[in-house]
Design a protein around this ligand. Structure first.
Ligand code: MV4
Length: 450
């Protein structure tokens, strides 16, 4: 069993992993950049070590620094959290070569999911519905135009090395398509060092529903229900919930089985998420597989009673999952509180939090690294907290969440809590009508996006 874990991350997820370690009697080791010297994760961990300057490329993304920190502190395993090095196959390989357990999937499973086009083909071959589109990468604008003539517009050009919406371009006609292919390919080359792009029909009214899975190293795969994440702005999720108000029980069981087939197709182990688009007609289509613990994992924990970070550590230690089915109970909704000003086009609002108030009460969980006096650094993602409500039903979860969001105070730093409160109290959210256009109704005129 693992006794010492180095956490290669920061912020609320680093704190979340420290807590899992503490419950399991594992020594937690934090790494921090110079900008995070006074951060909560560095304070709460059993041990901590500085890994470099504030810039992510020099600290949390710096593989030699992190491996050196693990060697110096005698860590047996590294938990990467989300973002940063979490889906970096090279990092997973280096960990293995240094005899450090990477708490996540194998390097090859990371590669299999990270190549979005190859993943889509592998999952399609396994009999899971995918969005109509190209077969593998497209080799030229002419080939793209030919596919477009068969499946029609609008189309999305997606970077194969992208994911989470990065490197995505929409095209409504042939002229726009040629331009989109060139632009997306160039963007992908400079952002990911890989120019590969593929095509999908753009499903304009689809909702984003994803399935959480856990897979052990002995061939067992368990599904833990779905999460609906349709309320997003520029691929930044604002509100997530489980169960999805859009799924019938029969659609749900089909989607959960599809997620297991997808995981098998890419030989996946550890915690992972299959992402689907759900059409207004109830049809669903696999789009990509996320090889990490996700920001929104707590809603799944709240309705299943399973600690996903603990399960990640157990699975990475080679332990079998001790169950084959999970019972989901009640409803859970998460709102993300970012240090951003919704009135100013979500401009980041870093700085010192002079005073803060973190909500609580029955059915409320807050995953955060905030405290009064903390300075939100300008170098990283602006997520400050996740407010997670649980209720016996959706109504109760909405009621608890909206009250908790009203309570959230960060003096000195703007936040997105009020915006989320208005959304969850709104008629459309209450009806469960979470189309991709919902958010627009709540944004000030100057921040509406096309
Ligand atoms: C799409 C799509 C429409 N059509 N793919 C969302 C997450 C990222 N992994 C890719 N995403 C999308 N892929 C096709 N073929 C729309 C989205 C999308 C989205 C979908 C539902 C609700 C909100 C969304 C926000 C951004 C992008």
């Amino acid at each position: 069993m693992i006794r010492r874990i180095l956490i290669a991350n920061r912020g609320e997820i680093a704190v979340r992993i420290i807590r899992a370690c503490r419950e399991m009697g594992i020594t937690s080791i934090a790494v921090y950049s110079e900008a995070d010297k006074n951060s909560l994760h560095a304070m709460l961990a059993d041990e901590c070590i500085c890994i470099g300057p504030p810039e992510p490329s020099k600290s949390y993304l710096n593989i030699p620094s992190i491996i050196a920190a693990a060697e110096i502190t005698d860590a047996q395993a590294i938990h990467p959290g989300y973002g940063f090095l979490s889906e970096n196959a090279k990092f997973a390989t280096i960990c293995r070569e240094c005899n450090i357990t990477f708490i996540g999937p194998s390097a090859s499973a990371i590669s299999n999911s990270g190549d979005k086009s190859a993943c889509r083909e592998a999952v399609k071959r396994a009999g899971v519905p995918t969005v109509p589109g190209s077969e593998g990468l497209i080799r030229s604008s002419a080939e793209a135009a030919e596919i477009a003539r068969k499946i029609g517009y609008p189309l999305l050009v997606k970077a194969s090395a992208g994911g989470g919406g990065k490197g995505m371009r929409i095209a409504h006609n042939e002229a726009a398509l040629k331009h989109a292919v060139t632009m997306a390919s160039n963007e992908a080359e400079s952002a990911f060092g890989d120019p590969g792009v593929y095509l999908e029909k753009f499903l304009e009214k689809a909702r984003h529903v994803e399935v959480q899975i856990l897979a052990d190293e002995h061939g067992r795969i368990v599904t833990l229900g779905e999460r609906e994440c349709s309320i997003q702005r520029r691929h930044q999720k604002l509100i997530e919930e489980t169960p999805s108000p859009a799924l019938t029980n029969s659609q749900r069981s089909k989607m959960l089985r599809a997620a297991v087939r997808a995981a098998k197709a890419i030989k996946y182990t550890n915690a992972g998420t299959a992402e689907f688009l759900l059409g207004p007609d109830g049809q669903f289509y696999f789009i990509e597989f996320n090889a990490r613990i996700q920001v929104e994992h707590p809603v799944t924990e709240e309705v299943t009673g399973i600690d996903l970070v603990r399960e990640q550590i157990r699975v990475a230690s080679g332990e079998p999952l001790g169950y084959s089915a999970v019972k989901n109970q009640g409803h859970s909704i998460e709102a993300r509180v970012y240090a951003e000003n919704p009135e100013m086009n979500f401009m980041p609002s870093p700085g010192i939090i002079r005073r803060c108030h973190i909500p609580g009460g029955p059915g409320i969980r807050v995953d955060t690294h905030l405290f009064s006096g903390y300075e939100v650094p300008r170098y990283y993602d602006s997520l400050m907290a996740k407010v997670i409500a649980r209720g016996k039903d959706r109504e109760e979860a909405i009621q608890r969440l909206s009250g908790a969001l009203d309570e959230f105070i960060t003096e000195g730093v703007e936040n997105t809590a009020r915006l989320c409160a208005r959304i969850v109290r709104g008629d459309r959210f209450r009806r469960g009508d979470l189309g991709p256009d919902l958010l627009e109704e709540y944004l000030p005129m100057n921040t509406k996006t096309a």
